[in-house]
Ligand binder design. Structure first.
Ligand code: FES
Ligand code: FE2
Length: 372
């Protein structure tokens, strides 16, 4: 990969598609289109929801809002991950909130109690529920799978998830990183007035680095220069930092890719993972109800070591702040303005340059999945 990046640097090139691409603006504004996306992409497709470290220990749990549904993710006593609808079997109250470590979940409404594996353990005043069989009224479980330190769920139910098959070649990268040893550092939610696709798209090219990010991360990277690869519907961009040039003076056996690049994955359809030297960011974008121009972005940061000392905290805060400030302070405000531009229907189509192959690939994959 480093040789490949050097070839681009020497020639002043980047990864290209054969032809420019186009995409109708209506894919950001059409309610029918969003409806199909929600049914197909956010119900049936396995969705990456985080690293194993989000629920590291037995009893850890987290409640996630995924396209308007409250999903409870747990790790049981045996270490297995589960995902449930966070909906009580009695009268549908949510049984858990936020995240933490628990031995059981007690519904706040009438205290029906569930185990980490979703089994219904107790019903207060059980005599009033004669004939209700506890074993048949646990939490409603949805398919989940954990591999390479990644947790996937299929929110709409259905078949079990085969992670490697879903990763379509990316499993080799994922197995190599050792993400199963990473720690959850921090998560936050960002709500924005833009179509959910504008979040993954903002990470899909390096063409804008020297312009939009002139004052922030732009100077750190080569602009409009990256190596693009696709794996089934997923994509990977490898963007070189300018200091990669220093490797040329060093023996090749000392070359390391990760410190000299940002590697950006799109886990089809909605998750961007940015791998940098010190930490990994995950940006998960979901539609907000049936509004074509609203999304909820969950940002999580994972670190290779537990952040326990003040010094480590300062180091990570500095890197993470720059990353989040850049995206939330520069990319997303522009993405919201883009959404307004789409609403104005100034143009019928958007144009993707030959230097923006991930965007062309993303939309071809979306159209394929939607049968559009
Ligand atoms: S709704 Fe949960 S105990 Fe009644
Ligand atoms: Fe950007």
């Amino acid at each position: 990969m480093i040789h490949r990046l050097f070839r681009h640097i020497d020639a002043g090139t980047t990864s290209y598609t054969d032809e420019t691409g186009a995409n109708p603006v209506s894919s950001y504004t059409c309610a029918d289109r969003l409806d199909r996306e929600r049914r197909t992409l956010f119900r049936d497709t396995p969705l990456l929801v985080g690293f194993s470290g989000r629920v590291a220990k037995a009893g850890d749990y987290v409640v996630e809002e995924i396209d308007g549904r409250s999903i409870l993710i747990t790790r049981d006593r045996e270490g297995a991950v589960h995902a449930f609808h966070n909906v009580c079997s009695h009268r549908a109250a949510p049984v858990a909130q936020g995240s933490g470590n628990a031995r059981r979940f007690v519904c706040p409404y009438h205290a029906w109690t569930y185990g980490l594996d979703g089994t219904l353990q107790s019903i207060p005043d059980g005599r009033s529920f004669d004939g209700v069989c506890k074993s048949a009224h646990g939490l409603s479980e949805i398919p989940s799978a954990e591999k390479h330190g990644l947790i996937f769920i299929r929110p709409g139910g259905g078949d079990p998830i085969d992670v490697d098959r879903h990763l379509a070649g990316l499993e080799r990268d994922m197995a190599a990183y050792g993400f199963d040893r990473f720690h959850h550092y921090r998560s936050l939610t960002i709500e924005r007035q833009m179509n959910w696709k504008l979040c993954p798209e903002t990470f899909m090219e390096g063409y804008h680095l020297q312009y939009l990010h002139r004052e922030s991360v732009g100077p750190i990277f080569f602009s409009n220069l990256m190596a693009f690869d696709s794996f089934g519907p997923h994509t990977r961009l490898t963007l070189p930092r300018r200091r990669i040039m220093e490797l040329r003076d060093r023996p090749e056996e000392d070359w390391r890719l990760i410190p000299e690049t940002a590697i950006i994955y799109n886990f089809f359809p909605n998750v961007t993972m940015v791998v940098q030297a010190g930490h990994v960011e995950m940006w998960r974008s979901y539609p907000s109800g049936d509004a074509t121009d609203r999304c909820k972005v969950q940002v999580s940061v994972f670190t290779p070591e537990a952040v326990e000392t003040e010094k480590a905290r300062k180091y990570y805060e500095k890197n993470i702040d720059l990353a989040i400030r850049t995206v939330d302070g520069e990319d997303f405000p522009l993405s919201e303005a883009i959404q307004s531009g789409h609403a104005a229907r100034a143009h019928e189509t958007l144009i993707y340059g030959r230097n923006e192959p991930a965007l062309t690939h993303f939309h071809a994959s979306l159209n394929g999945a939607l049968g559009a």
